[in-house]
Design a protein around this ligand. Structure first.
Ligand code: ATP
Length: 285
């Protein structure tokens, strides 16, 4: 990626609830990139994202946006970022125009022309109430707000959940347009790994409150291969390198590290995708 510049740095975040711990969570986001944040239900994605923007108070650790600490420069940082946890699903009885009039007062860099353009592009009508919008339209409205104050980083918790494949594709296209035109970088959580296959540059994977991996998506995906075969092909040597082996109807499937491919000759070995990697890693004891 050209012009790597770190615009978000999370270091060793810890947060304890009664039955859950976020443990030493660290990640960095580069300018001009889309980072997908994945993990099972309850793995700690929302807690991490909320801790970043100080909606959850971490016990220890630091979060810096543009080199400034969120705890000491919160209002300055919040002028330059945007975050959304779910689509706009509050003030259901209010017109979009009314909500926008309140929202825009918080932002020094509000750009009315950009906002009008996004409304047009997303086919949204200011005179409609939120309750009249579909889920996809609510997400688009949230994006129109986020993008109209020149936010440099968008932090979005499951922005595509509940959307049909066509609406999801539209949202992902908007993400890539925004990043490619250098308007903003995006960090978003999702369970829909195929969305990330389409648009993410980087992947951060959290498991049980700990970051398992945070790196470039292509190299992460390429570091694994999917192996399949009949049970009699599952030798002791293969068992020692296979990850998350699963047996079904006399056939096994699992992951191996790409570097171990030469030890799995005569076995069907194919490229992995994020979904298969996640499934097998989660199956690992
Ligand atoms: N305010 C809270 N008090 C106590 N426990 C909490 C609180 N908020 C979250 N948790 C717990 O922390 C864990 C992580 O929750 P979190 O919402 O961060 O997970 P997630 O990865 O976003 O999950 P999902 O994909 O289901 O949205 C869960 O076990 C949850 O019950």
């Amino acid at each position: 990626m050209e012009n790597k510049r770190e615009i978000l740095s999370v270091k060793d975040l810890n947060k304890s609830y009664d039955a859950f711990k976020l443990k030493n969570v660290s990640l960095t986001l580069q300018a001009g990139s889309i980072m997908g944040f994945i993990g099972r239900n309850g793995a700690g994605k929302t807690t991490t994202l909320k801790s970043m923007v100080n909606l959850v108070h971490s016990d220890t650790g630091s979060v810096e946006f543009f080199g400034m600490d969120i705890k000491t420069h919160e209002s300055e940082i919040k002028q330059r970022i945007s975050f959304a946890f779910g689509g706009v699903d509050y003030y259901l009885q209010k017109k979009l125009g009314t909500i926008t009039n309140v929202y825009k007062r918080f932002y020094d860099q509000w750009d009315e022309k950009a906002y009008e353009d996004y409304l047009k592009q997303f086919e949204l009508n200011s005179d409609k109430n939120v309750k009249e919008l579909s889920q996809g339209m609510r997400v688009k409205y949230g994006l129109a707000l986020a993008l109209s104050h020149h936010a440099e980083i968008l932090i979005l918790d499951e922005p595509t959940s509940g959307l049909d494949p066509v609406s999801r594709d539209e949202i992902l296209n908007i993400f890539t347009d925004v990043v490619d035109s250098k308007q903003a970088s995006i960090l978003f959580s999702t369970h829909i790994t195929s969305d990330l296959d389409k648009c993410a540059d980087e992947i951060t994977y959290i498991k049980n409150g700990e970051i398992l991996v945070s790196e470039e998506k292509d190299s992460f995906v390429d570091s694994y291969r999917l192996v399949e075969g009949s049970m009699d092909q599952l030798t002791e040597a293969l068992k020692s390198i296979i990850i998350g082996c699963h047996e079904r109807r006399g056939e096994f499937s699992g992951l191996i590290k790409s570097k171990d491919c030469e030890n799995a000759q005569d076995i069907k070995c194919s490229p992995a995708d994020l979904e298969s990697i996640m499934i097998h890693i989660e199956r690992r004891a």
